[in-house]
Design a protein around this ligand. Sequence first.
Ligand code: NA7
Length: 545
Amino acid sequence: LPLEQITDFDAVVIGAGFSGLYMLHRLREDGFSARVYEKGDGVGGAWYWSRYPGARCDSESIYYNYTFSEELYKEWTWTSRYPEQPEILRYLNFVADKLDLRRDIQFNTEITGAHYHEEYNKWRIYFKDGSSVTAKYLITGMGCISVNATNIPNIKGIENFEGDWYHTGFWPHEGVNLKGKRVGVIGNGSSGVQTIPVVAEEAGHLYVFQRTPQYTTPARNHPYDPEYIKQAKENYHEMRKLVHESMAGIPLQFGEGSALEDSPERRQNVYETAWQNGGVISYVYRDLMSDEEANETVNEFIRSKIRETVKHPEVAEKLMPTYFYGTKRPVIDTNYYETFNRDNVTLIDVKKAPIEEITAKGVRTADGEEYELDILIFATGYDGMTGPLFRLDLRGKDGVLLKDKWDNGAQVRTHHGLAASGFPNMFMITGPQSPSVAGNMPIAIEQHVEWVSDCLNYLREHDIKTIEANVDAEENWSQHCKEVVEQTLYMKVDSWYTGSNIEGKPRSFNIYLGGYGPYNQMIKDMAAKGYKGFTLRSYSENMAI
Ligand code: NA7
C-alpha cells in the first residue's frame, strides 16, 4: 500500500525531536513499520520552537549529539563550545537527511490523545482533525518540556495588552524586531538568563521582572579549536563509552571531597578555577547538592561574584539569590549579571511588589508603578515532566487516563521511567522518574531508545503480544526515586523540577538522581533478566486477534 493509505503501524512515535528521530531510525532498521507525528513543520522538537534571542544549549556541543553512529559523529562539526539554537536545528536536520527519516514523519500533525484497546491489543492514536490511526506500540517522545506545555502565568489583563507578547518556547519563526523597543522580560530561569543580555543589546529599554534571583555561572563560550574537534572525533569510541557510563551524560569528573573539609582559601581556589573554566560548578565537591552548609559555601562564592560584577550595590543586592545553588536547574550565562550595569536595563523585584495586572500599556506592580512596554516576553518556563503527557488524552486499560492514574502528578508511578502499569505496549522516552534532565539529554534519550528497541526485538523474537509494567515494580521504583531525592536538597526549593512553578500542580519530584551510568546498567540488567518487573503475555483472553 502507498504510505498514505497505511493506517496501522507497528509503532507510532509522538514528536520529531531528538527522541523521535532516533527512535524512528531504530524501528526502521529493525524492520518495524513506524510513523512519527510532529506538530511542527520540521524536525527539532524543543529546538524547533525555542527560537528566542540567545537560545543556546547549556551542554557542551561535542556531547550534545547522538553518539550511536560513528559516521554521524564524524561527519558533523560543531562550531563552538555551547551550540546555539539554529546550529542544533541544523544538526537535527542533517541527521534527518542523512538517515532519510522524513519519509516516515508526518509534519503539521498534532496528536491529541491515544487509547489502548485491550480487545484488539492496539493503540488508537487521535489527531486534532478527528482522524486516527492504530499501532501495536505507542512511544512518547515529547520530552520533559514541550511546546504543548508552556507555562504562561495567569496574570490578570493579558488580553488588554496593546503591545505584542511572546513565550520563549514558542517564538515566531520570522523573529521579532526589538530594535529600540520598550521590552519586558518576566522570568530569569535558563531561558530568561540567556535572552536578557541579548535583548538588552537591541531593545531601547529592557525591564526585567524578577521574582527569584538566580545563581548563574559564566558559560565561557568560545569557538572550537579545529584541533580539539579533531581529537574529539578521534576519541569517538572512548567518548561514547564514557558519556553512557557517566553520572550526567558528560565525561565530567565529580569532586570526591567535601566542601567543608577544605580550607576557605583552598575552596575559594577550587570555585575560582571552576568559574574561570566556565559551566555549571555544582559538581566540584561531592556534598554541594546534599548538605546545606556545604551548599552555602558555593552560594556565598557566587554572591561575591555578583557584588564584584554589578556596579550599583542596590541592584547587586536585588540580584542576590538565597536558595540552594543547583537545586533549580543550574544556569550558565554570557554577560547576565553584567547586563544590569547597562543604562537601558531596569531590574524590578516582583517578589517585593508582585505583578498585579497587565494593562493596555504594560505591566503594573503592587506598588502602583506601571511599566510601559511595546513587547512583553514570558520566559516563564514549562509544566515539565508530567505536563507534556498530561496534555494528551492518554488512556490505558479500561479507559483510565494517565493523569488520573498518577493523581494529577501527586502519585507518579513508573517502571524506571520507561513504562506504567495499565498502559501495555506504551513506552516513554525520558519519561518521569528517569534520569532525563539530571544531565545531558541526548545521552539519556539514546539509553531509552536503545532499551525500547532491544525490547521490541525481544518481544518479536519470543512472539509476545503485550508487555506491561507490574504494579509492585513501579511502586518499588517510585520509592527508590524518592529515597534518592530525599538525600539531596532538591525538594527544599521551589522549581519546575518539583512542579511548584505551576499553580495547583502537586509537589512531586520525578527525576531519578542516581546517575545516567548506574541507571543504564539497571535497565540493561532488567532486560537481561527477561524484563524483570514486567508481565509479558503471548496472548490475552480478551484479545480478538
Ligand atoms: P524556568 O527555569 O522554569 O524559569 C521560569 C522563570 O519564570 C523563573 O525565573 C520563574 O521565577 C519565573 N516565573 C514563572 N512564573 C512567574 C510569575 N507568575 N511571575 C514572575 N516570574 C515568574 O523556565 P526556563 O524556560 O527558563 O527553563 C526551562 C528549561 O528549559 C530549563 O531548565 C532547561 O532545561 C531548558 P521563580 O523562580 O518561579 O520565582
